[in-house]
Design a protein around this ligand. Structure first.
Ligand code: SAH
Length: 257
């Protein structure tokens, strides 16, 4: 009896840019070849899961490897591509360490796009989006997602407001001023909320003028995360988790268990 693809144990999962299909052969870049050989100590014949955000997840076999190179052969599809939540996180960048943690955890929770936003009291001058993207990709590989969240280049809060797509509800985490309880707002949106975004401020908080201006926008709903002031990373992740639990895909279960 032949094994079904889900019964075949994979050593790791990799996100690739290439098109995926039966019989395709893919050469890995030096860094990933090194990772498989020297860090995971895999050899020829080892099985991997690969995905590209378009073609589902494929079972791949290491066909050959040497110092600095690995070639994979794709065997069969393990999972078809399925729609994932359309949930953006716009956040004022915070210092290194915390921002890496934020990118990793937002990817695990299921955010689809990460947008660093420079606000008045943002005190981080440079955002390394390549590093954030690498954190998000590694988290996506590890948590069995079929996509990797996109990381946008930083923009100013005024640009974010001007260019925000009006059909995308923006949940503004407002630490002061008028705001409704987050669970109440999300409960009204229900299980098919349409495109959503969450916006959180920096450690110094939003300026009153920023919250006033944002609150005027028809697509913005200011929300409260309770009586405590949360650190910026905690606020962003707590809000994303509520979105996923109340109106996202946390009703579903992991596959292959
Ligand atoms: N220094 C500010 C707090 C900033 S907290 C002060 O002392 O007032 C960082 C961000 O997390 C805030 O801008 C907001 O977006 C979010 N946040 C933290 N606690 C919150 C709460 N209780 N309700 C809503 N948003 C909150």
């Amino acid at each position: 009896m032949s094994e079904s693809p889900e019964e075949k144990k994979i050593a790791t999962r990799l996100f690739l840019e290439e098109d995926l299909g039966a019989g395709a052969k893919i050469g890995l870049d030096h860094a990933r070849a090194h990772f498989l050989r020297s860090v995971l100590r895999l050899g020829q014949g080892a099985l991997l899961g690969v995905f590209n955000g378009r073609d589902g997840e494929w079972l791949a076999r290491i066909e050959g490897m040497g110092k600095g190179w690995t070639s994979l052969e794709l065997l069969e599809q393990r999972r078809p591509q399925t729609p994932e939540p359309d949930l953006w996180l716009a956040f004022a960048p915070i210092k290194r360490g915390r921002i890496d943690f934020l990118a990793e955890k937002a990817a695990e929770i299921g955010a689809s796009r990460l947008l660093p936003v420079i606000t008045r009291f943002t005190d981080v001058s440079r955002v390394n989006t390549d590093r954030l993207a690498a954190n998000a990709r590694e988290a996506a590989e590890q948590c069995e997602r079929l996509t990797v969240p996109e990381v946008a280049e930083p923009i100013k809060l005024s640009q974010l407001a001007d260019n925000w797509p009006s059909e995308r509800r923006l949940i503004l985490c407002a630490e002061f001023g008028p705001a409704r309880p987050l669970a109440e707002v999300l409960g009204e949106l229900g299980p098919a909320p349409g495109p959503l975004g969450v916006l959180t401020g920096p450690e110094g908080g939003f300026a009153a003028s920023e919250l006033d201006a944002l609150t005027q926008l028809p697509f913005v709903t200011p929300v409260s995360l309770g009586p405590r002031i949360l650190r910026a990373d905690t606020a962003a992740l707590a809000a994303l988790a509520c979105c996923q639990a109340i109106c996202g895909d946390w009703r579903e279960r992991p596959e292959f268990r």
